[in-house]
Design a protein around this ligand. Structure first.
Ligand code: HOZ
Length: 429
C-alpha cells in the first residue's frame, strides 16, 4: 500500500508540530513507522490522503459509535453552526443535552459540561476534594484520566505507549496526594485506606480499563470499591469518558450495576466534537461555582455546536439501540481473531466488552496493568502493520482500546478475521 502523501505530510508536520501530531499516540511510536494522514471518513471506513481505504477500529478513540459522518449528526451540527458557533451565554442546547445525560445516568442529578475528558476529570477531582475536605486521590496503575498534572502518575494510554507513565514537567509536590493501587486488587485499595484513612477524598477508576488495552473488572471489583468508599466516607468517581454510552447506553455503571458519586463523561457525548462532562449527586455538584466554592470555568464549555452534535448522537443512538448487535459483532471478531491466532500457533487474548476490545499477544490472563505490560508489544507492532497494509486500522498502540461502530457489519468482521489470519502467518516470531 503506497502512502507517499502521508509520508510527505508527516515530514512537513514534524517541523512545526511536536512529533508531527497533536496527541502523542497518533505518532505511531508504539508500533513504529509513519502515521497515516486521513482525508475523510464515512461509516466504518477511513480514507487516507493517498486514497487508501481502511476498516476503522479506532473510531476517533471512541466517539464515533454511530460511524463517521452520520447524516443526522451532520445536519444537527450544520443547523447549530448556522445559528452561530459560540455565544459565551447559556443556551437551551445545554439543558437538552443535560436532560438526556441525566435520564440515562440515574446517579447523575446535576451535570457540568466542559470541553474534554481531561477537563471533566480535573473538575470531578476538585469537587471531590472540595466536598469531602480531604486531599488524597486513589487511582489505579495503568488507568488514564487525561493529562492533568496530579493524574499523570502510572498513567496508561500515550504515557504507557511512550514508556513515560510519570511525565516530566510535573513537580513531585503536585502528585504527592495521588496514591496508586492495583486494578482488580481490592486489598491494594484497602491498604491505602488503612494508611491514609482520614485524607482520601476519592477513588477514581476506569470501570473497564481502556487505556492499558481493555482490562475487565473481575469478581465484583467495582461493587467492592463502592462498599469501601462508603465505609471510608470517600467518593467513588467512575471515569466513563470511554465507557459512557459505549458498553451500554447507561455506561459501565448500568452494565455492572454500580452507583458512583461522580461520573466523568466525554467522547460519545460530543458526537465527534470536543465535549466532556462531570456530574453526580446534587449535593456534591452544588459545591461547583457559582453555587459553591469549587471554581471551574471555560469559554467553550457547553458550546452550542458541540452540544448539538452530542444531543443528536445520543438521540440517534437511543433510537438505533445497537448495543446487542455491537456486542455480538465484537464477540465474533474477538473469537475469530483468537481462533486465527491459534491456527497459526500464536497465543493471543482478545479481552472485550460491548464494542471495546484489545488484541494482546500473550497466553496468560490480563487483569491489571502489570500483566498488560507483559504482553508482547513487538508482535503487536508487527501485527498492526500487517493489518494496516491490508486496510485494517487498529489502535496504533498496545495500550489503547479498539472500537466497533454501529455501521460495522458481519462482512467487515469476516474481512478483518481473514486479514488477521494472513497477518498471523506473516509474523516473524
Ligand atoms: N488518549 C487518547 C486515547 N486514550 C488518545 C487521543 C488521541 O490521540 O486522539
Amino acid at each position: 500500500m503506497k502512502r507517499k502523501n502521508s509520508q510527505n505530510l508527516f515530514k512537513k508536520a514534524q517541523k512545526i508540530i511536536p512529533g508531527g501530531v497533536n496527541s502523542p499516540v497518533r505518532a505511531f511510536r508504539g508500533v513504529g513507522g509513519d502515521p497515516v494522514f486521513m482525508k475523510s471518513a464515512k461509516g466504518p471506513i477511513l480514507t487516507d490522503v493517498d486514497g487508501n481505504h481502511y476498516i476503522d477500529y479506532v473510531g476517533s478513540w471512541g466517539p464515533m459509535i454511530l460511524g463517521h459522518a452520520h447524516p443526522k449528526v451532520l445536519k444537527a451540527i450544520e443547523g447549530a453552526a448556522k445559528r452561530g458557533t459560540s455565544f459565551g451565554t447559556p443556551t437551551s442546547a445545554e439543558i437538552d443535552l443535560a436532560l438526556e445525560v441525566i435520564k440515562a445516568y440515574p446517579s447523575i442529578e446535576k451535570v457540568r459540561f466542559v470541553s474534554s475528558g481531561t477537563e471533566a476529570v480535573m473538575g470531578a477531582i476538585r469537587v471531590a476534594r472540595g466536598f469531602t475536605k480531604k486531599n488524597k486521590i486513589i487511582k489505579f496503575d495503568g488507568c488514564y484520566h487525561g493529562h492533568a498534572d496530579s493524574l499523570l502518575v502510572k498513567a496508561g494510554s500515550g504515557a504507557a505507549t511512550l514508556g513515560v507513565p510519570d511525565s516530566a514537567g510535573v513537580p513531585a509536590e503536585f502528585t504527592e496526594h495521588t496514591l496508586i493501587a492495583t486494578f482488580n486488587d481490592i486489598d491494594s485499595v484497602k491498604k491505602l485506606f488503612e494508611e491514609f484513612s482520614d485524607d482520601i477524598a476519592a477513588v477514581i477508576v476506569e470501570p473497564v480499563v481502556g487505556n492499558m488495552g481493555v482490562i475487565l473488572p473481575q469478581d465484583d471489583f467495582l461493587l467492592k470499591l463502592r462498599v469501601l468508599c462508603d465505609e471510608e466516607e470517600s467518593l467513588l468517581i467512575l471515569d466513563e469518558v470511554m465507557t459512557g454510552f459505549r458498553v451500554a447506553f447507561g455506561g459501565a455503571q448500568d452494565f455492572y450495576g454500580v452507583t458512583p458519586d461522580i461520573t466523568t463523561l466525554g467522547k460519545i457525548i460530543g458526537g465527534g466534537l470536543p465535549v466532556g462532562a462531570y456530574g453526580g449527586r446534587g449535593d456534591i455538584m452544588d459545591c461547583v461555582a457559582p453555587v459553591g466554592p469549587v471554581y471551574q470555568a471555560g469559554t467553550l464549555s457547553g458550546n452550542p455546536v458541540a452540544m448539538a452534535a452530542g444531543l443528536s448522537t445520543l438521540q440517534n443512538l437511543k433510537k438505533a439501540n445497537p448495543y446487542k448487535k455491537l456486542a455480538k459483532l465484537t464477540q465474533k471478531l474477538a473469537e475469530g481473531i483468537e481462533e486465527a491466532a491459534s491456527k497459526n500457533n500464536i497465543s493471543v487474548l482478545v479481552p472485550h466488552v460491548g464494542s471495546m476490545f484489545t488484541i494482546f499477544f500473550t497466553g496468560d490472563p490480563i487483569t491489571n496493568a502489570q500483566e498488560a505490560r507483559g504482553a508482547d508489544k513487538n508482535l503487536y507492532a508487527q501485527f498492526f502493520h500487517l493489518m494496516l497494509d491490508q486496510g485494517i486500522y487498529l489502535a496504533p498502540s498496545q495500550f489503547e482500546a479498539c472500537f466497533i461502530s454501529a455501521t460495522h457489519t458481519e462482512k467487515h468482521i469476516q474481512q478483518t478475521i481473514k486479514a488477521a489470519n494472513k497477518a498471523f502467518s506473516g509474523l516473524v516470531l
